[in-house]
Ligand binder design. Structure first.
Ligand code: ATP
Ligand code: MG
Length: 307
């Protein structure tokens, strides 16, 4: 059972600073939601209030329509990877996770089974006997993710889970999220917008503690995305290509650079590539480079641009 998350008119001050300023947003059940905003925008503060580490000055938070405090009191589960997750250096990964499982109210054998489950999900099974003190930063982040998954919570909040992950760990993290997709509602903060674009299907953008934009990723990407094909030599027959790929729009940026625009709500860049690569290769063109625009980034700049 996944949960929805609704934040209404939430505010939290630190002295004169409004870290969260009348923030309202709604994340639908089963979304994999990106939580995006500049350094200091209020992401970690918002997560801390949701988790109950910090009090709000005003406003409400509801999990599937229930006040979050009532939800927690009756033992409702919520997984959290804090931004600066800390572990006991001297206890093995297995023992730490076991402790979290026991805290979640699981007993002996069930706790062991749960630890095995999250170790496997977080690709940490082989590290179970190691101590966090000996772990690299990326490995610690991964242990943090494992800990957030204990108890199979309906909502999982991950504050910068991909910071410091090497490419292979990043690929494994994507697999972990894919296995949770459709099972739990997941909220992920990160500054890597192209990464979020591949992971998430919903986006909340915040700035100075306020919501500036939210919605399904497809809507957020706007009405036009582009792929640019750079060729080894000048391209001819552009009109023929345009005819073949309509309604996508085709134009030459330079004699050897072809731009194809499409509506990302209707098609994926992969569809465009499949069609264009075939046409270009059949026409004998040698392709030097293919570049797809990082449109979540564009949308973010539009939403947060002060000018
Ligand atoms: N305990 C605190 N005391 C005083 N100010 C704080 C405290 N925690 C956060 N702030 C301030 O609140 C604002 C929001 O901080 P927050 O950590 O929520 O931002 P963030 O969006 O998570 O940023 P980052 O991307 O850098 O992690 C910042 O201006 C920060 O300096
Ligand atoms: Mg933060």
């Amino acid at each position: 059972m996944a949960a929805s998350l609704a934040i209404k008119n939430l505010s939290r001050n630190f002295g004169a600073l409004k870290a969260i300023d009348d923030l309202s947003l709604e994340i639908p059940e089963l979304a994999v939601a990106a939580f995006v905003g500049a350094n200091g925008a209020g992401k970690t503060t918002t997560f801390s209030v949701i988790a109950g580490f910090l009090r709000a000055n005003s406003g409400t938070i509801e999990i599937s329509g229930e006040d979050v405090r009532a939800y927690r009191r009756r033992g409702g589960r919520m997984g959290l990877l804090p931004q600066d997750v800390q572990f006991y250096d001297e206890r093995s990964i297995y023992r730490q996770l076991k402790m979290f499982a026991l805290l979640e109210g699981l007993s002996g054998a069930a706790a062991d089974a749960e630890v095995d489950r999250v170790l496997e999900l977080a690709h940490l099974t082989e590290k179970a006997k190691e101590k966090p003190g000996a772990l690299s930063r990326g490995m610690k982040a991964r242990l943090g993710v494992a800990q957030a998954l204990i108890g199979d919570p309906p909502i999982i909040i991950l504050d910068e889970p991909t910071a410091g992950l090497d490419p292979r760990m990043l690929a494994e993290f994507r697999k972990t999220i894919d296995r949770l997709r459709g099972r739990s509602t997941i909220v992920i903060s990160s500054h890597d917008l192209s990464e979020l674009e591949t992971l998430c299907d919903y986006v909340c953008m915040i700035d100075h503690g306020k919501l500036v934009r939210q919605g399904p990723l497809r809507e957020m990407l706007g009405a036009s995305s582009t792929v640019v094909y750079e060729l080894e030599s000048a391209l001819t027959g552009v009109e023929d290509i345009a005819e073949k790929v309509a309604p996508w729009k085709v134009r030459l940026l330079e004699s050897n650079k072809l731009e194809v625009s499409f509506d990302p709500r209707e098609h994926k860049a992969a569809d465009v590539n499949a069609a264009l690569l075939k046409i270009l290769l059949e026409s004998g063109a040698a392709i030097r480079n293919v570049r797809s625009e990082r449109t979540l980034e564009q949308s973010y700049f539009e939403a947060t641009d002060k000018d």
